[in-house]
Design a protein around this ligand. Structure first.
Ligand SMILES: Nc1ncnc2c1ncn2[C@@H]1O[C@H](COP(=O)(O)OP(=O)(O)OP(=O)(O)O)[C@@H](O)[C@H]1O
Ligand SMILES: [Mg+2]
Length: 339
């Protein structure tokens, strides 16, 4: 049985987001070859903005009208203060964020060219975030708990089953976007999946996480009778993930998104909105999907809202400045109006 979040308006926050908070430095029009030996090369644009998967998601959710709180770790430095100010200005409650007294705020540099980008991340204090830093009052006061960037925060990752267990004990629903594993090991996610209501990977991440499980999820034995031999590998991976409990909603870039609803494949096409850079598309997708989930919409609609929010966020540089309102997302997704 799929769990549903507590009723709209029943808690102080619709959404508590826990995870990575750091500025993004984005330069676009990067030359084909990056030269060393102190050669200076010019690029077309340069932007410093809100980064970190959790922070971008929280801004997207606030923009969509969700009452959103964020818990993350920043350093006692200009980058940390920049992040807290920017988040607050976008309507995110940052009163639960923690300032580390010795480690610096993390930073990601995005080198964007054509339809691709490289990302260089200095983790700074990000790996020091623990579940104990997440105030239990915030967990109690939220209808839904989302965690971003599992592999950048190993202490939090280890304690994730307990944190999700606490949220679920208070009847909140839970979701996880692991994002990429820089070590390419993908370990440890399986323990959290039975306590995760919605898993929000991209297609590569879904394949990688499922690759660490048995043929139909580590709790099941034998092969899944519903999965034909010739099935698309991404759909087969989704079945293996779903066998452990979560509803997989998988992002497929310009191809839109897929979800597995009680064994049935649901798809959402992307919408065409122009692409300045793809920074934050996945996090904006998560915000849109969760806005649908928290409004009690059907998974088909939540997926379409996610795809619309992902695509609309690409209209300008960075992850947050072009995130849509709920009405803009509904219109782009072709979903039923507000009720
Ligand atoms: N080039 C694109 N054109 C149109 N829509 C896109 C494009 N890239 C992404 N989207 C939309 O945004 C959603 C999420 O993007 P994507 O699949 O890139 O997620 P991701 O890989 O998790 O991203 P991130 O790097 O932000 O973590 C897609 O499902 C799609 O709807
Ligand atoms: Mg992602």
């Amino acid at each position: 049985m799929r769990r549903t979040p507590p009723a709209v308006g029943s808690r102080r926050f619709d959404l508590l987001v826990v995870g990575d908070v750091n500025p993004d430095v984005i330069v676009s029009g990067v030359p084909e070859e990056i030269l060393y030996a102190q050669v200076e090369q010019l690029v077309d644009t340069g932007t410093i903005t809100v980064g970190g998967s959790a922070a971008i998601l929280a801004c997207g959710a606030a923009r969509l009208g969700l009452r959103t709180a964020l818990v993350g770790l920043v350093g006692d430095d200009a980058a940390g203060r920049f992040m807290l100010e920017q988040l607050a200005a976008r309507g995110v409650d940052v009163s639960g964020c923690v300032t580390h007294d010795s480690l610096a705020t993390g930073l990601t540099v995005h080198l964007v060219r054509e339809d691709d980008r490289a990302m260089l991340t200095f983790p700074g204090c990000l790996p020091a975030l623990t579940a104990a830093m997440v105030g239990r009052a915030f967990v109690r006061d939220a209808r839904h708990l989302h965690v971003s960037s599992f592999f950048l925060q190993p202490l939090l990752a280890r304690e994730l089953p307990d944190l999700f267990g606490a949220a679920r004990a208070g009847d909140a629903t839970t979701s996880l976007d692991t994002n990429w594993d820089p070590a390419d090991r993908w370990e440890g996610v399986a323990a959290a999946l039975p306590l995760t209501d919605v898993l929000l990977p991209n297609s590569e991440e879904a394949l990688a996480i499922a690759g660490t499980l048995g043929p139909s999820g580590s709790t099941a034995s034998g092969s899944d009778p519903r999965a034909p031999e010739s099935e698309d590998p991404i759909v087969a991976a989704m079945r293996r993930l779903a066998a452990l409990g979560p509803l997989p909603a998988v992002k497929c870039g310009a191809d839109g998104a897929l979800a597995l609803v009680d064994g049935r494949l649901v798809t959402a096409p992307t919408v065409t909105a122009g692409v300045a850079d793809t920074v934050g598309a996945g996090d904006s997708f998560d915000a849109g999907f969760l806005a649908g989930w928290l409004a009690g919409r059907r998974i088909e609609e939540s997926l379409a809202l996610g795809a619309a929010c992902g695509a609309l966020s690409l209209r300008g540089a960075g992850g947050t400045d072009w995130q849509p309102t709920f009405d803009e997302a509904l219109a782009a997704a072709g979903a039923a109006p507000r009720r």
